[in-house]
Ligand binder design. Structure first.
Ligand code: CP
Length: 310
């Protein structure tokens, strides 16, 4: 039976994971048509509930829903009764009563999407909860590498996830999906921004990480907003020690390493300007694939509300 919610990568079965990735390929094909729209979710409503800021995730979900012919409601937390103290349960029951079928939610608290899913028959899609998970980012990233390397899985490939791993929900979700697809994963960054324990090798030296031989460098944004105290001396020091600088880009290029970043960037911290547009940068492709991956997710879930399946 199709699942109701997408909360993280770990809880997906292998079959569900591969189905979401394979359907992303089909959804991307829709973009090559002159009319980039299919009627799959006509008459359905997707509610966007963002308690944290977003450019890529919120916009690509909205485009994805519209390409599937759904209606989209952008719920404005700032002007809603949430500001008068309305509880999460009351908000969600009110919205379900209006016969929405899907909720895309981002919240600073880990576990928020799961709590919400337990309160509603609407399909809940986690668009990022605190440091915990960002499953649709992981799906679009896995699709982007499969597409770039023309591989069904990532067996034998090495993926280095670099930067602020400690605060990153993206690192948790992408490392999980890359490993499940057969890749070797390692983390690199200052010791203060790496987890205390990890199933993956960890490097605190850029040069040692490069000697490990990555096929892909996945750079993470330094999450200033989640840091309660300084974790490194300065941004220029971070760039010098751990960033892809203009000088290091030559080595990255000579070795044919793909560069990825979920965005938004801190230019001059984890990444230099030229690295964004480097010929093996997959950053813009990640953004493009975000729409297809999110179409696949909306298509693959089954809300448990009276209006669905009638
Ligand atoms: N990658 C990502 O989640 O970006 P946004 O914060 O812009 O959605």
């Amino acid at each position: 039976m199709p699942r109701k919610d997408l909360l993280d990568i770990a809880s997906l079965s292998d079959e569900e994971l591969m189905s979401l990735l394979d359907n992303t390929v089909q959804m991307k094909e829709v973009f090559t048509r002159s009319v980039k729209k299919v009627p799959t979710l006509r008459g359905r409503t997707v509610l966007m509930l963002f308690y944290e800021n977003s450019t890529r995730t919120s916009t690509s979900f909205e485009i994805a829903a519209k390409r599937l012919s759904a209606d989209v409601i952008n719920f404005d937390i700032g002007t809603s009764s949430v500001r008068k103290g309305e509880s999460v349960r009351e908000t969600i029951e009110t919205l379900e009563a209006m016969r929405c079928e899907y909720v895309v939610v981002r919240h600073p608290m880990a576990g928020f999407a799961q709590t919400l899913a337990s309160m509603t028959g609407m399909s809940v899609i986690n668009a990022g909860d605190g440091r915990h998970a960002h499953p649709t980012q992981a799906l679009l990233d896995a699709h982007t590498i499969r597409e770039a390397m023309a591989m069904g899985n990532l067996q034998g490939k090495k993926i280095l996830i670099a930067g602020d791993v400690l605060h990153s929900r993206v690192a948790r979700s992408t490392s999980t999906i890359f490993k499940r697809l057969g890749a070797e994963v390692a983390f690199m960054g200052p010791g203060s921004l790496l987890p205390k324990s990890s199933p993956f090798p960890q490097f605190t030296s850029y040069d040692e990480a490069m000697q490990w031989g990555p096929d892909v460098m996945y750079l993470l944004r330094v999450q200033m907003e989640r840091q309660t105290a300084p974790y490194y001396p300065s941004n220029s020091e971070f760039h010098k020690l751990y960033g892809v600088t203009a000088e290091r880009l030559k080595e990255v290029s000579d070795k044919g390493i793909y560069l990825m970043h979920p965005g938004p960037f801190n230019r001059g911290v984890e990444i230099c300007d030229d690295a964004v547009t480097y010929e093996r940068s997959l950053i813009n492709t990640q953004v493009e694939n975000g729409v297809a991956a999110r179409m696949s997710v909306l298509y693959g879930l089954k809300p448990q509300v009276a209006s669905f399946g009638e």
